[in-house]
Write a protein that binds this ligand. Structure first.
Ligand code: NAP
Length: 284
């Protein structure tokens, strides 16, 4: 039987409706949720992501702004800007869109960002909180995946989850969030041996690799849940392609996220949802 779809487009539409109502409620209480983005001016992919985030934020009634860094931007200017955002009480969430231009120290910028405004959940402060099991903002992309499995009441307790990829923004936090949900987690990466065999033991498979269609249908355990974060441009294909071969994997899995329309829209919804949480926290 073909897998059921974990439809991120549909769920993100519901989440966006909730964000809109929460924004309206906040405005009536004198708080206008505001997200600010720091983005590389010369990176078309980053600018495209940021445009989409802005469009969704504004559609929900939020204020959305951005500060573009260029080849001329100095580290001191970047740090001053982060400091200003930290101190500006009208700003609730700040997103430092990776990657910044290479001459800038992105880690220093992330370290300087206040945890209460880190709505993308990728600063060491937020990741430390996740690791320690403390409340804090969770990384938007893996949080979007967790929302999808929660929404469909998929219980991962005691299940073997294999996460392919160990990036700070995706693989590692996805593994920690699955661990929080009592899965037994294995993290795989470019040095992992016998990856296909390992994947065949996974009840839950997270692909966060950046290699188009690397995971084939015969890597999937029958009935597994497949969460594909991959977003790859492939010449000659009209839309982005996941890290999993969708058609092959959907023949074997019980649930699967499509690309596009799976993890991608849930990432933006989770980011904005975190920002509303941050705005609501100012009233607490
Ligand atoms: P990344 O920083 O490049 O990390 C990729 C990870 O994959 C690394 O840990 C790497 O291992 C591992 N890897 C590479 N080749 C491998 C192989 N042949 N076998 C096993 N593991 C391998 O990428 P990322 O930022 O995590 O992004 C991963 C994917 O998710 C990309 O397609 C990206 O576009 C997408 N993404 C989607 C969203 C969204 O909103 N949907 C958000 C962010 C990223 P090593 O650590 O050993 O190098």
């Amino acid at each position: 039987m073909r897998a059921q779809i974990l439809d991120g487009k549909a769920l993100s539409t519901q989440v966006r409706e909730q964000i809109k109502s929460r924004t309206e409620a906040l405005i009536t209480r004198g708080v206008h949720p505001r997200i600010e983005v720091v983005v590389a001016a010369q990176d078309p992919a980053s600018l495209a992501y940021v445009r989409m985030k802005r469009k969704w934020a504004e559609a929900a009634g939020m204020i959305s702004g951005s500060w573009e860094v260029t080849a001329e931007t100095r580290q001191a200017e970047l740090m001053d800007h982060i400091q200003e955002l930290n101190e500006d009480s009208s700003v609730h969430g700040v997103l430092i869109q990776h990657p910044l231009p290479k001459h800038l120290d992105e880690d220093a910028a992330l370290l300087a960002l206040g945890a209460e405004k880190d709505v993308d959940g990728i600063t060491p402060q937020s990741l430390g909180r996740l690791t320690a099991g403390l409340p804090g903002f969770r990384c938007a992309t893996p949080l979007g995946m967790m929302c999808l499995i929660d929404h469909h009441q998929i219980d991962v307790t005691g299940k073997h989850a294999v996460v392919i990829g160990r990036s700070v923004i995706l693989g590692k936090p996805a593994a920690l969030m699955l661990l929080e949900k009592n899965a037994t987690v294995t993290i795989a990466h470019s040095r992992t041996q016998n990856l296909a065999d390992l994947c065949r033991t996974a009840d839950v498979l997270v692909a966060a690799v950046g290699r188009p269609e690397m995971v084939r249908g015969n890597w999937i355990k029958p009935g597994a849940v497949v969460l594909d974060a991959g977003y790859n441009k492939v010449e000659g294909r009209t839309h982005d392609v996941g890290d999993c071969h969708y058609d092959e994997c959907a023949e074997v899995a019980s649930w699967i996220t499509p690309v596009p329309g799976g993890v991608g829209p849930m990432t933006v919804a989770s980011l904005l949802s975190n920002c509303i949480d941050a705005a609501e926290a100012t009233l607490a």
